[in-house]
Design a protein around this ligand. Structure first.
Ligand code: UD1
Ligand code: UDP
Length: 374
């Protein structure tokens, strides 16, 4: 029998886990692949939420997270941790995802140890090295080093070609986030948390908010919370749900502006399945998240993006996502229009899916096998 291809997936934060689980599941079933799952645990609780939900027990867990960790600390701990792992395991290829500090550090570690690198969700670019920070640099540097690039869209492929990456190394796959999403959405979904079932999604206009980006910490985040508070206070039929990211800097500001209002639900981060179904039941989504910009359009939910740029222009061009920035008055005005202008709301509520057809993981694994058969 031919020797198996040894693949090590390395991820560390919630969104990487959500988007890599479908790939892990396909790799695991393939008789030609030997799979090793390694996590950095750049996120601890939010990573474990995903691992537990999908029944994934990592072979290696670097367990690096610290409260208020710095980028340098995360990077150096992962570099050193992986050096030890690579002494024991010699994978043919590591697979990293997207643009986090885990992504770049694992890429560097593999490069230093002469191991191939496959980059999932490759080729996204905002064009501004400082926004999102440090993700734009992370993804561009990872792209420079990776041996094979799995790009979600045509635009992502073009971005890589413009950076002189040869076409043969780029495979358009769609985004694995859609592979994850199609398996969890149910129209008659019932939450295990009773307080979420009690919210009247039919008669109220429920705004779902998420915010965590490093460049939004401080004044931009205060602006965001002031704007949503005004929306709730000035519209009787509006309620707000904010599953708070576990970053203490986010939670401190959120509590300051949003606590103690019956129509504002400050809750803990949700498991993926309830969160995805909450998106599906909400009226409108306000977010600075990357992944949610891809998921919400597939559900036909209008999204206002609390950032000044995006690396995901496809849904903006399709009209379901609008960039509104971080100015309190602009956020308030744009959201208020969608709350009170039915025509505009309908125009933005088209279900579109530029990010994939649910088969990205299958394409990634096929491409890896082709890469090694050559
Ligand atoms: C990281 C990624 C970002 C991604 C985001 C997803 C980098 C530089 N940033 O940002 O690209 O969009 O994850 O959410 O890689 N914390 C916990 N428990 C957790 C997770 C976080 O307590 O499960 C707290 C810790 O105090 C930690 C802090 O949040 O120090 C920040 O976490 P970190 O991973 O450094 O940054 P994120 O903003 O989460
Ligand atoms: N998400 C989740 N629970 C929550 C909030 C978000 O499972 O309480 C999911 C969401 O559906 C998306 C991902 O987490 O798949 C986005 O993660 P995040 O916003 O932290 O990171 P980003 O996408 O900005 O990198």
């Amino acid at each position: 029998m031919k020797e198996k291809i040894k693949i090590m997936t390395i991820f560390g934060t919630r969104p990487e886990a959500i988007k890599m689980v479908p790939v892990v599941n396909v790799l695991r079933k393939d008789p030609m692949i030997e799979l090793i799952v390694c996590v950095s645990a750049q996120h601890r609780e939010m990573l474990d939420q995903v691992l537990k939900r999908f029944g994934i027990i990592p072979d290696y867990d670097l367990d690096i997270m610290e409260e208020n960790q710095t980028l340098s600390k995360i990077t150096s701990k992962i570099l050193l941790g992986l050096e030890e792992v690579f002494k024991v395991e010699r994978p043919n290829m590591i697979l990293v995802h997207g643009d986090t500090t885990t992504t770049l550090s694992a890429t560097l570690a593999a490069f230093y140890n002469g191991i191939d690198i496959g980059h999932v969700e490759a080729g996204l670019r905002s064009g501004d090295l400082y926004s999102p920070y440090p993700e734009e640099a992370n993804r561009a540097l990872t792209g420079r080093i990776a041996n094979i690039h799995f790009s979600p869209t045509d635009g992502n492929v073009s971005n890589l070609i413009k950076e002189n990456i040869s076409k043969e190394k780029i495979i358009k796959t769609g985004n694995t986030v859609i592979d994850a999403l199609v398996n969890v959405i149910k129209d008659d979904y019932v939450f295990s948390d009773e307080s979420l079932n009690k919210i009247d999604y039919e008669n109220k206009k429920v705004i779902l908010l998420t915010a965590h980006r490093r460049e939004n910490l401080g004044e931009p985040m205060e602006n965001i919370f002031k704007a949503v508070k005004r929306l709730v206070l000035e519209n009787d039929d509006v309620e707000l749900i904010f599953p708070m990211h576990l970053n203490p800097k986010v939670r401190m500001i959120a509590r300051k502006y949003l606590e103690n209002n019956k129509k504002i639900h400050l809750i803990e981060p949700l498991d993926y399945e309830p969160f995805a179904n909450l998106m599906n039941k909400s009226y409108l989504i306000l977010t600075d998240s990357g992944g949610i910009q891809e998921e919400a359009p597939a559900l036909g939910k209008p999204v206002l993006v609390l950032r000044t740029e995006t690396e995901r222009p496809e849904a903006v061009e399709a009209g379901t996502v609008k960039m509104v920035g971080i100015d309190e008055n602009v956020i308030y005005r744009e959201a208020n229009e969608l709350i009170n202008d039915n025509e505009q709301y309908k125009r933005m509520s088209n279900a579109i899916n530029p990010y994939g057809d649910g088969k990205a993981s299958l394409r990634i694994v096929e491409a890896i096998k082709t890469y090694y058969s050559n």
